[in-house]
Design a binder for this molecule. Structure first.
Ligand code: GCB
Length: 627
């Protein structure tokens, strides 16, 4: 009987969804280009806190109109992942509903009012006061909708968000790929827990009615002691002109701008420029104003740094000087919070990064909360910004799932680059982690025809073409898997490889592993003549486990492994960076190789206690400038 009910309601919901889906707008990546800010012309209302929450296991909520109000709900904290907050929901990835009521200040009348969701993993539908507003698919990236037409003034407004995080081969990152070698539960085809829901803040913000600044793009350069800042401003509305004021270090430079077809562009020279670098993370304030009939109608304020980033055959060059990347791959992962934003953890992580002597990290395996990039700008930490395109597969023929994956990868590139393009700390875009030209994830040894390989290459190449178009100024890379296709390094500025010789292969034999690394690096560099970095290397290490002779899983083994890899890198002038996997232990799906459901490759424990390796790095990276 219950089964019958489910079938009937599923058919009904299917019909209902087809009818109602058209009422939901798709999110536009450009709408998240500028972080909402508070100033005289703009307002922000942060809806973080406790929300109403309800599971919708049978997906009946829309049919029963839960968007008009949740009954028998529980309470959930936003931001935060639902998997950590309830005893019955760790592995639950299906539909849920969130609801929050809020008044909107009367001072916001006659303005555009937007709702920005900074992360609803993986797919979300939004209603405001029971009216369908918008739909977004994708994890750990923001989206926004203009909700002005749906506002109730002088009474509470109900915001309802339906979210699910189902694992599917047509999603990115992929899940539930049949025949994959992961064999884990939940069946994510990636090695981090599929933390779900509203992991970041949800905010309401207002923008001036007549015209508002929609996007700002900086490109920076310098010649001698003169800094160069190219600024492009996009506005929506009727403003014809405006001005830009750059200030800092006892200078204030003002330039008028005028708009044509909504866009204005200006080149600004900064005499006696202070360049941004890890040792001197000097930032300039930039104020952009829109004018209408001589009156200021909108203003946007942000900070940026002047710097260049380039490569030669062997090195990454920051401001024309070689720079060596010392650091980690990280995860957003902490007990109870899951993948939720927690500012104290972020601040602590920057503190620990600097304590180890690191100068960089990769935002594995998705873009982070934007506060991370603001911190990195201020703290002088270089960031490789990665899309959620993890473990991509390109089966040898076009399929619906592949087309969907391609579309979402391109959407991710836009969302990431539009949002994070003005941060001096961001030196590189990483377009994918461990993509494969095999039809299956982990399908090592599966032979492919030349035609199939060519198809995979040309499909993946589209990502690079788009990224270059969106931002011609930053280094492009992807991160290569062991035994993966090397021809794809043709596409990149820096060759980044994840290597675990001595761990997953020749386990326990560090000498053999580091020799294999050394030979492979020589081979790759001889062929491609590009700077190389090891973007991941490390060993699972159970904190507190020791042995007099290094042995797998002990703290001593982790130290020896890291030492051996760093020594190989030191002997090769073309190695431009070493990122250890991982900064801290993190939660993942259950699997035989993941003790307690954790990846234990952190040099810090999950609660940020140093293992011996963290102390080793602290002394090695702080004492030796070039290492
Ligand atoms: C990798 C992946 C990373 C995994 C790591 C490991 O190559 O990029 O997501 O967590 O290996 O520990 O196996």
């Amino acid at each position: 009987m219950i089964k019958f009910k489910i079938i009937i309601s599923t058919i009904f919901i299917g019909i209902f969804f087809q009818v109602s889906a058209t009422d939901f707008q798709d999110a536009k990546p450009k709408d998240i280009a500028l972080t909402p800010i508070q100033n005289t012309y703009r307002n922000v209302l942060d809806l973080s806190g406790v929300w109403k929450f309800k599971k919708d296991e049978e997906n009946i909520g829309e049919h029963e109109e839960w968007y008009n109000g949740l009954e028998n709900h529980r309470s959930i904290a936003v931001p935060g992942s639902w998997n950590e907050q309830f005893t019955d929901m760790r592995d639950y990835l299906d539909w849920v509903w969130y609801e929050k009521e809020t008044y909107i200040p009367s001072g916001w009348k006659n303005q555009h009012i937007y709702l920005r969701v900074n992360d609803a993993t993986y797919a979300a539908k939004i209603w405001v006061n029971g009216e369908p507003v918008g739909y977004h698919e994708g994890c750990h990236v923001p989206f926004a909708f203009d909700i002005s037409p749906y506002i109730n003034w002088d009474e509470p407004n109900k915001i309802s968000i339906k979210v699910e995080n189902q694992l599917s081969p047509s999603r990115v990152p992929t899940g539930d790929v049949k025949g994959s070698s992961f064999g884990n539960f939940p069946a994510a085809n990636y090695d981090f827990f599929p933390y779900s829901g509203l992991n970041r803040s949800v905010v309401l913000y207002s923008l001036p009615k007549k015209a508002f600044i929609h996007d700002v793009t900086f490109q920076t350069d310098f010649e001698g002691t003169t800094g160069k800042l190219n600024v492009v401003v996009d506005q929506k509305g009727s403003a014809k002109s405006g001005k830009i004021i750059v200030s800092g270090y006892n200078q204030e430079i003002e330039r008028k701008i005028s708009f044509q077809n909504g866009t204005a562009e200006v080149d600004i020279e900064i005499p006696n420029v202070k360049l941004w670098s890890p040792n001197h993370p000097d930032l300039y304030n930039v104020k952009i104003e829109l004018n209408d009939d001589g009156e200021v109608i909108d203003q946007y304020n942000l900070q940026t740094g002047i710097r260049t980033i380039a490569t030669n055959q062997n090195q990454i060059l920051l401001n024309g000087e070689p720079v060596f990347l010392k650091g980690f791959g990280k995860h957003l992962d902490f007990p109870v919070i899951g993948r939720g934003t927690a500012e104290p953890v972020m601040v602590k992580d920057f503190e620990l990064l600097k304590w180890t002597g690191a100068n960089s990290f990769r935002t594995t395996h998705y873009p982070y909360d934007e506060e991370f990039y603001n911190m990195a700008d201020r703290e002088g930490i270089m960031v490789i910004c990665e899309t959620p395109s993890v473990g991509l597969i390109f089966p040898g023929s076009p399929s619906e799932a592949l087309q969907k994956r391609q579309a979402i990868c391109k959407q991710y590139l836009k969302e990431m680059i539009y949002r994070d393009k003005n941060h001096p700390s961001v030196i590189s875009w990483c377009l994918a982690n461990e993509p494969s030209d095999k039809a299956k994830i982990g399908g090592f040894g599966v032979r492919k025809t030349d035609e199939e390989k060519e198809f995979a290459y040309s499909t993946f190449k589209e990502h690079f073409t788009l990224a270059k178009k969106l931002d011609p100024t930053r280094l492009l890379m992807y991160v290569g898997v062991m035994m993966g296709p090397t021809e794809w390094f043709e596409l990149t500025d820096v060759i980044a490889i994840n290597r675990y010789w001595g761990w997953y292969t020749t386990p326990g034999n560090i000498e053999k592993g580091s020799n294999a690394l050394s030979k492979e690096l020589d081979r790759i560099h001889r062929k491609y003549k590009k700077p190389c970095m090891i973007s991941e290397f490390g060993t699972d290490t159970y904190a507190g486990m020791h042995a007099e002779q290094p042995e797998m899983f002990t703290e001593e083994f982790q130290v020896e492994f890291i030492k051996a890899y760093l020594d190989v890198a030191k002997s090769k002038p073309f190695v431009t960076g070493m990122h250890i996997w991982n900064f801290a232990d993190f939660k993942t799906s259950q699997a035989v190789m993941r003790f307690g459901g954790f990846n234990l490759k952190g040099v810090f424990t999950r609660d940020r206690k140093p293992k011996m390796a963290a102390h080793y790095l602290h002394s090695r990276w702080n004492e030796q400038a070039e290492d």
